[in-house]
Design a protein around this ligand. Structure first.
Ligand code: DSN
Length: 491
């Protein structure tokens, strides 16, 4: 049985693989049904819904049957707090094997000196990274100065002083409306409560990252940590330049590559655009463009690896061993040459989607893309992001509203729609298909009108012209049928 990550999952499945996976899912659903039929029904329905919708959420993908099946085992039942070979529970020999293989794949795939595969999510990975940097840069020197080995050896008074110091550090990250992420020091997230935060934005005229402005902010603010990485910026980042800035002000460079890890793994981002050799610490999720199970991961340079390795118990509880196993499977898939083809297609398809909008006069933040994200400015249609998102969903197109730089409609209603190509590329969509997707989106938005509301025009309500949803649904169905999700997989 072969399990090519693209062909098992997209255009041309190995028939044997699909047949075996079908048998596995049928049996699993039958077992679930015997206990709680409503969960089996919701699980079947989710597959049907995913098969029937145009999924353009930039942070989502479709993991392979091999990855998904790996999560449904008794590895879930084992507690394994600690690190490989050094656990706080007995009987962890198989978890050790699983974690060793996952970490090996991660190191090899990304060329990283050290990989930590325990984080349960992206926020966990970022917390592990923040606390590892604080432990290395703030805690360790204090202990060394006092001639002590462990924080437990500090007196109450010295511990209080150290806690104050740990809680008074500075972080510089990308602003939310420019495409940064909540976990990069923003107040609603714990990172904003941990650090004094300042953000860098993008050039107001071009929408591109302005490295001169980042350097000026870093010189003035003197952060301990500079975070690079984004969840809604449609352009590549020069991480070598970010490292130069960090070095100049004595900051640690942390890159959150959650969104574009698949493009790094697939060698679309290389050289200065590959964060791993330039960052002191790189974090990621495993379920976005990397196409693995839901989870997180931290890669580190040697000077930070000991502290990262203490992610449990520093920040995390027991690792999810079944998910670490699935990470190993996904990373093994990503090491196959077919994944590089996939990653290049993700980037090429984003270009095709952007060009499809530009030739139809739709406004794009930065005027295009060179990663997997297209950020459509829907004020060019007289709409808010909220109205556009809802109207598109009525027509079977799943997206999410997103702020644009200096957004006049704020973070709730927004002025943008974020679109990403990883998921539909996994289904086999190509450049012509994405041009058609742009056409359908423009069709919906051009036929959507904001509704009147007391005191003016509503930012949420809208009307969609009669017949639009039906016309777009029918056209989408043609594209979806031509590029089936999990072809050959029958329940
Ligand atoms: N939810 C992810 C995203 O959509 O970008 C990150 O938090």
């Amino acid at each position: 049985m072969t399990a090519d990550p693209v062909t098992s999952n997209a255009a041309a499945p190995g028939a044997e693989y699909a047949e075996t996976a079908s048998a596995a899912y049928r049996a699993a659903l039958q077992v679930i049904e015997s206990v709680e039929p409503r969960i089996a029904a919701a699980t079947r329905k989710e597959l049907a819904d995913q098969r029937d919708s145009l999924k353009l959420i930039a942070s989502e993908n479709y993991a392979s049957p091999a990855v998904l099946l790996t999560m449904g085992t008794w590895l879930s039942d084992k507690y394994a707090e600690g690190t490989i070979g050094h656990r706080f529970y007995a009987g962890c020999q198989n978890v050790d094997t699983v974690e060793t293989i996952a970490a090996e794949h991660a190191r090899e795939l990304f060329g990283a000196p050290y990989a930590y595969v325990q984080p349960h999510s992206g926020i966990d990975a970022n917390l592990v990274a923040f606390w590892a940097i604080l432990a290395t840069r703030v805690e360790a020197p204090e202990l060394a100065e006092a001639g002590l080995k462990h924080v437990n050896d500090l007196s109450e008074a010295d511990w209080e002083k150290l806690r104050n110091k740990l809680g008074n550090q500075r972080l510089l990250g990308m602003s939310l409306d420019a495409g940064g992420h909540l976990t990069h020091g923003f107040r609603p997230n714990i990172s904003g409560k941990m650090f004094h935060q300042r953000s860098y934005g993008t050039d107001p005229d071009t929408g591109f990252l302005d490295y001169g402005a980042v350097a000026a902010a870093a010189r003035e603010f003197k952060p301990l940590i500079i975070v690079a990485g984004y969840s809604a910026y449609p352009r590549r980042v020069n991480f070598a330049k970010m490292r130069e800035i960090a070095d100049e002000v004595g900051a640690t460079l942390m890159v959150d590559m959650a969104h574009f890890a698949g493009l790094v793994a697939g060698k679309v981002f290389t050289g200065d655009e590959d964060p791993v050799p330039h960052a002191h610490v790189t974090t990621t999720t495993t379920h976005k463009s990397l196409r693995g199970p839901r989870g997180g991961m931290v890669l580190a340079q040697p000077e930070y690896s000991d502290a990262v390795d203490k992610g449990c118990p520093m920040v995390l509880g027991g690792p999810l061993s079944h998910v670490m196993a699935a990470k190993a499977v996904a990373l093994a898939e990503a090491r196959q040459p077919a994944f590089q083809t996939y990653a290049q297609r993700v980037a090429d398809n984003a270009q095709a989607l952007a060009n499809g909008f530009l030739k139809r006069d739709a406004g794009l933040v930065t005027g295009g893309t060179d990663n997997h994200i297209v950020l459509l400015d829907v004020t060019s249609f007289g709409l808010t992001g909220r109205q556009a998102e809802s109207a598109l969903l009525d027509a079977g197109i799943v997206t999410n509203r997103n702020s644009v730089p200096a957004d006049p409609n704020g973070a709730w209603y927004t002025s943008g729609i974020r679109l990403g190509t990883p998921a539909l590329t996994t289904r086999g969509f190509g450049a012509d298909d994405f041009d058609r997707v742009a056409e359908l989106i423009v069709d919906v938005l051009a036929n959507t009108q904001p509704s009147a509301a007391a005191g003016g025009v509503s930012k949420a309500k809208y009307t969609l012209a009669d017949g639009t949803a039906e016309r777009v649904h029918a056209a989408s169905a043609e594209l979806l049928d031509a590029n089936p999700l999990y072809p050959g997989l029958t329940l």
